[in-house]
Write a protein that binds this ligand. Structure first.
Ligand code: GLA
Length: 727
């Protein structure tokens, strides 16, 4: 049963007590008992409920537990009060509602300590038509002196025990966003990050909880939770002797105790919650739709098809090479060329990765006619131009570091620890002077070269020393949090001044895939690993929480530069086309046939770009299931156009692959099937034929094991991209 969003914040009267709050989205309900003087308790989160259902629900569980009374249970908040007491006892004081600039409605329940003048707002935000509830807290210190927060979770959510499974993403550099599934058992499951700068290389700050046993893509009840924060985080699921798993999510408090002076407050980042009874894919669709509309920068603008220079030429940048690459991407139908690392450095040239970060002035030894000449060339070729920077970083070998050694993060009394190239250092974004500097890097570039259309903003180092040269001795534990506050403040300024430039969040590959940073970025670099086979696994996991429009996916060279695997260009294109399509190679080194396949893939992608970038995802067969193939599809919200992707993930003689029923189509509509990126000598048997949505979803189409090509062109790879257009 679906309820309109207008039911939101219904203060249930009549049969219900005036303190029952119902936060409703079109397909979910969150019910709170906010009786003044009592704990704020969560009575229900999940399927939509009616007044009658609510009346019969009974009491709930403390949903923002504070440390101090009955301290054996995990807490969302822990405070040392001005008088040294570590006990906090929060009860409901009042309730208010408001609407923000985005049209979202916010319900705020204010909790107050029963003795100390400390207040905590627990907020719930919903957006018209979206199945997302964001929740976060704000802690206010009205005590006479300073208080210290030693835990400050965004939220805690009790989830009824049963057969609950956790799906989370883990990984490493060049192996990001791998899916891991496990049943929740007793004890604490913790997912955390302590990189300081980036937070999605290893574990991710998002999880799915499947409530009906082993996770399934298109059936079953799922709760999804995504912490919107780019820094250190902690997601903790505590399963004790009660009937509930308790999910806690927030900023990682380790080494980050935060002091609030009298009158100061602390806002935690939002945790975005979703509920779906349409499996993992249903929860993903909720995140994608809401994210494109309300979080992702320019989430309604189609992304351009680009060529990035990195794997094509690495640091060997010069004008004729850049010009040639622009000509090549223009010839293949691309729309944007991005000059990656290596273009800057005057006193210290950026010949390799050990110098010049911070010195964002063009190296005229490589580019004697400067950036404007490249912009002219781009215009001549009919493509836009983009550029790489890494503004939060410097090298010990740089003019910036010579001038401002006090800008870097380092511990007192110690030499700074260096990263990439043996010389890389992180700038202290807690320092307002550094914030100005980083703002000016982008601002100067954009003012000098307003034709720049795209910026790749990289971040290739973690915080390697705990120490801020800016923060006072008693505020050193604020470093991790103030770094990100400074970064976000700077990004806000940049976006105010330059709203139209496309900015990619790159962080040694996929280190910055998080909803907490995407309001200022148009996309993220998914991984430094462009191997198409491994990308199927990484992109599968990434798609749990992030839409294809934000997931940059490039066709790279063969053999691949990371795995050294040789994959035919057809397969590479078919994988890259399921995200934001780009290329990352030296087109000069491609054969004419490869260039032709890319040209056709780009042309085909242009026709289905709106489906991939704005459509609803239905994941069908997971590569992690080990069935020899993987498949997913995107469908327009109107269900009139779809793209079906199928990739063979293993090759054995006479292997038997499952036929894959589709999903998400209109059962009563008829769809015509057309193969895209076709390389076979003859069409598939169902080419141009019409099928009902019901047939495609109940049965599906058989994909041949191999391609029908001339004998010498056979390879061990096979993939298909089908467009399904409603008749
Ligand atoms: C990082 C990025 C790459 C590339 C290099 C340049 O590793 O992830 O894509 O931009 O930096 O140095």
């Amino acid at each position: 049963m679906k309820y309109p969003a207008t039911l939101l914040f219904m203060f249930c009267a009549a049969s219900l007590s005036a303190e029952t709050l119902h936060v409703a989205t079109p397909a979910s309900s969150l019910v709170l008992d906010a009786t003044p003087g009592q704990k704020l308790s969560l009575v229900h989160y999940g399927t939509p409920v009616s007044d009658a259902d609510i009346a019969g629900l009974g009491s709930g569980l403390d949903t923002y537990p504070a440390y101090g009374i009955n301290p054996e249970r995990e807490a969302a908040l822990s405070i040392t009060h001005a008088d040294g007491s570590m006990s906090t006892d929060l009860v409901v004081k009042s309730t208010a509602k408001s609407t923000d600039a985005d049209g979202a409605e916010i319900l705020t329940v204010t909790l107050a300590d029963t003795f100390y003048p400390v207040e905590v707002d627990v907020n719930y935000r919903t957006y018209p038509g979206e199945n997302i509830i964001e929740t976060w807290s704000e802690i206010r210190n009205n005590e006479k002196g300073a208080i210290t927060l030693s835990r400050f979770m965004s939220a805690s959510l009790p989830v009824r025990m049963g057969d609950v499974w956790l799906s989370s993403l883990y990984g490493s550099w060049a192996n990001e966003a791998k899916v891991e599934e496990r049943p929740l058992t007793h004890g604490v499951t913790m997912i955390k990050n302590k990189d300081g700068v980036r937070n999605s290389h290893t574990a991710h700050a998002e999880v799915m909880l499947s409530l009906d046993g082993k996770p399934r893509e298109n059936t079953g009840r799922v709760i999804g939770a995504a912490l919107e924060y780019p820094g250190n985080y902690k997601i903790m699921i505590d399963t004790d002797d009660s009937d509930y798993h308790r999910l806690f999510a927030g900023i990682n408090e380790e080494n980050s105790a935060y002091t609030l002076k009298k009158g100061e407050s602390f806002a935690t980042p939002p945790l975005a919650l979703t509920y779906s009874n349409e499996g993992l894919s249903g929860a993903s669709r909720n995140f994608h739709r809401w994210g494109r509309k309300h979080r992702l920068h320019a989430g309604d603008t189609p992304r351009k098809i680009l060529l990035n220079s990195w794997e094509g030429v690495y640091f060997d940048i010069d004008e004729p090479t850049m010009d040639g690459m622009m000509a090549d991407i223009a010839y293949m139908g691309g729309e944007l060329f991005v000059m990656d690392d290596g273009w800057f450095g005057v006193k210290y040239p950026r010949a390799t990765d050990n110098a010049a970060l911070g010195d964002w002035t063009v190296d005229t030894r490589k580019l004697p006619n400067g950036i404007n000449s490249l912009l002219d060339a781009a215009e001549r070729h009919g493509v836009k131009f983009g550029i790489w920077i890494e503004p939060e970083m410097t090298n010990t070998v740089s003019e910036l570091y010579d001038k401002h050694p006090e800008y870097v993060i380092k511990a007192p009394n110690r030499k700074p620890t260096t990263g990439r190239g043996g010389t890389q250092l992180v700038l202290d974004m807690a320092n307002p002077k550094v914030q100005d500097l980083v703002f000016e890097v982008v601002d100067t570039l954009m003012r000098k070269y307003p034709r720049i259309d795209y910026i790749k903003w990289d971040a290739n180092a973690p915080i390697m020393d705990h120490g801020s040269q800016y923060l006072t001795a008693d505020r050193q534990s604020h470093l991790y949090i103030d770094f990100h506050r400074g970064l976000i403040k700077t990004l806000e300024r940049i976006r105010e001044a330059h709203p139209d430039v496309t900015i990619q969040a790159c962080a040694s590959g996929g280190g910055r895939a998080n909803w907490g940073i995407l309001p200022w970025f148009d996309e993220f670099w998914t991984s430094d690993n462009n191997d198409a086979l491994q990308r199927i696994y990484m992109q599968w996991g990434t798609s749990y929480f992030f839409p294809a429009i934000a997931m940059a996916s490039h066709i790279s060279a063969a053999p691949n530069h990371q795995t050294f695997r040789s994959i035919p260009v057809k397969f590479r294109a078919d994988v890259a086309m399921s995200g934001r399509l780009g290329l990352e190679l030296q087109p000069k080194n491609m054969t004419e046939e490869e260039r032709d396949i890319c040209r056709r893939a780009i042309a085909d992608y242009k026709n289905v770009r709106h489906i991939v970038q704005f459509g609803d995802i239905y994941r069908l067969l997971s590569p992690y299931d080990g069935k020899g193939a993987a498949s997913l599809m995107y469908i327009t919200p109107e269900k009139d156009d779809a793209v079906f992707f199928w990739w063979k993930t293993e090759t054995f003689m006479n292997q038997q692959l499952p036929r894959i029923p589709m999903a998400g189509l209109d059962p009563d509509a008829t769809y015509i099937v057309t193969e895209l990126n076709r390389i076979d000598n003859e069409p598939l048997p169902f080419e141009g034929k019409a099928f009902s949505g019901r047939f495609l979803m109940d049965r599906g189409l058989d994909m041949p094991l191999t391609h029908k090509v001339d004998y010498h062109k056979n390879t061990d790879y096979s993939s298909r991209v089908l467009r399904l257009t409603r008749q």
